[in-house]
Design a protein. Sequence first.
Length: 574
Amino acid sequence: MRFYARKNRIFIIGSILLLLFAVVTEWLCAESDKSVMEDGKFRMSFSRESGFYEEPFQLEMTAGAGTIYYTLDGSIPTQESAKYEAPILIADATQKENTYSMRTDISVAFDREAVEKMSIEEPFPGYETPNYKIDKATVIRAALYDAQGQCRDAKTATYFVGFSDKEGYDGISTLSIVTDPANLFDYETGIYVSGKEYDDYVNEYRNQGIYIFREAYWSQWLANYKNRGIKWERKAVCQFFDATGEPVFEQECGIRIHGTSTRAYNPKSLNLYARKEYDGNKVFEADLFGTGYQPSAMTVFQGGNDVRTKAKDWLVSTAIKDLNVSALNYRPCVMFLNGEYWGVYWICEKYDARYLEYYYGVNKDNLIMVKALELAEGEEEDYKYYGNMVKFCSESDLTKDENYDKVCRMIDMESYIDYMAVMLYSARTIDWPSENYACWRVKKEEDGVYGDGKWRWMVFDMNSYGFYPELDSISWAMSNDDMFKNLMTNDTFKSQLISRIEELSDTVFEAEAMEKKLDDYRSFMAEAMRENDRRFYNDDSLASFDREIEELKDFFYKRKICLEPILNSYRAKP
């Protein structure tokens, strides 16, 4: 990991410079002559603000001087774009032809023949382009140019007309993301498509008859959307509206593709980044989660592997909110991408230094966070603190009290036990505990409850649990995690862990309580999910949604019964 960080330092610096150059170039009109703008001559205004409207209206765009050019497809207006000369009719845009939603290069899984031939471990997911005209909003992007051809002002607006009569929007927030289509769909640089990276991958490996591991899983095939880092961040305008249609925030930000294997899915999760270089804001200036927290980064989460219910992450996070672990806050929304309906998502927080500073009262410049075995916060040399902790916990004789006492001085044992109890009870498998594992501590001790320098644990990516109620998850974890395996040799730890799992089975994960949560979820989300499934699978039956909700209920009813003899067997072991 340290070698990786050193190796990429130059690349990261170069990528940042490229991003800054792109921002200055693409949005030159946002950097207008301040003295000119202040006198109002080159200020542009719209007669209606972004939002929801019952009836069509005529949109007027005005400015004291200059010429207004505009686009309707999300692209940046130039002097080659349409010139504004008269009011524009803004009406329900749904009957316009589908555009971006008809693309089949946004996932390699649209190539059914290749998936069925090559992806022997991962079946065809059933993606379809919509066979109907999906809901649409009208996106207006306007730019004001002076006589010398300099862009003086720019504005983006999104209008939803007649949505009170549409299905799937009751009680749920709306997110509009507008960006130049090339940012998403360009063959070489688009972040949302398979693009050149996929074609190069096919030419290099598949056409030469070379078999490599990832061939068995279509979600692992290389593509543009598999790329990470700031080089693959694109500028966008995000507008968020609450469930009543009232605006919550409008902000320029950076967008990236989020996830690992799910980057290949349709749709994809996005990360949003507030940056001073975009519009002067270092945070998203809104209390989206009712906690007062204004994040600098968020995820627009499509459900991960839980694509047909999107319930699992939210369900666990809300259930464990009072435990001694970090849990993210979630808020449901529907998303429109350049004016086209793009499905159901969760807006959720991201674990970072700002998150820890706000919720735990620690200094954000004095933090170490390790996520998926890589350093996520801190300096390069700080990884040694994590490595030393894991080494001691994994290799020391923990049957000796003095060694176990030292472990308890290194980690917050209540946090670790709560974390393991949650993961073990929920039967989390697949990419855990080898991945999707996170913990944090302050580097130097400071005042406050959480300034003691102990490691604490963070729950995230909980969309791959609940499949096997009979699973001996303790054995699974011990076979994949040397630290946990060694801790289980200590009788005190083992006893406390087993007792905590049993306690959670009667409280946090009590079956009737989980059933009620899922019933409430279904009542609230069913119509939104019906539209989501219609959009991506041409299936409005809710059959998959209902079946998987029932399977999840069944898991919690069976899990306690199945786990009891497993826990007793470990309790009896010396």
